[in-house]
Ligand binder design. Structure first.
Ligand code: AMP
Length: 188
């Protein structure tokens, strides 16, 4: 099973991905995690990405696609994967389709975790205050910018999958167990 999990920062996307990878024995592919790893390793790619990430803006489609291309064909993806934080632009979504076509891979479903924006902002500010700066992009101004970027660049991607009849939405204002239950319903 190949899935895409959508949701703005603070929507509980990471928690739900964790539940799904354990239940279905599939891998999570998070472009954010991959980029943070490159930053940690101090690679050229990491150096380019760091300042962009620190501002809460989007890393270029070229960088993201080069990472995805290599990742998606690894043997551990055979049983399925969850794309988390990707695709974030229409260009990425279309490029992804081209790559998947080449390898005869299909995205089964795209799940959107829907959250009320005001409550979301409260949640992410709480996360920022509790995080003790574990992530450089976890402070209120940057997080606000990330939501703006999400709306501008990423919401059109949802429209794209809606037109392909692959989009399913769950109410992300419920607790973790309830959101998880709703996702299970979509997947069975
Ligand atoms: P995330 O952990 O998914 O919230 O990603 C953290 C940051 O990495 C984002 O704010 C972007 O700067 C960058 N990033 C992650 N995934 C992508 C993507 N698919 N396209 C562009 N930038 C990305």
């Amino acid at each position: 099973m190949n899935l895409i999990l959508f949701g703005p920062p603070g929507s509980g996307k990471g928690t739900q991905a964790e539940i799904l990878i354990n239940k279905y024995n599939i891998v999570q592919i998070s472009t954010g995690d991959m980029l943070r790893e490159e930053v940690k390793l101090g690679t050229e790619l990491g150096k380019t990405a760091k300042s962009i990430m620190d501002n809460g803006d989007l890393v270029s489609d070229e960088i993201i696609m080069s990472m995805i291309e290599k990742r998606i064909i690894k043997p551990d993806c055979k049983n399925g994967f969850i794309l988390d934080g990707f695709p974030r632009t229409l260009k990425q979504a279309k490029d992804l389709d081209n790559i998947l076509n080449l390898f005869d891979i299909l995205i089964d479903k795209v799940i959107e975790i829907n959250v009320n924006e005001n409550i979301l902002l409260k949640r992410i500010l709480k996360r920022a205050s509790e995080s003790k700066k574990t992530r450089d992009d976890d402070n209120s101004e940057i997080l606000k910018n990330r939501i703006v970027v999400y709306k501008k660049d990423t919401l059109p991607v949802l429209e794209y999958y809606k037109n392909l009849n692959k989009l399913y939405s769950v109410d992300g204002m419920q607790n973790v167990a309830e959101v998880s239950k709703d996702i299970q319903k979509i997947l069975t």
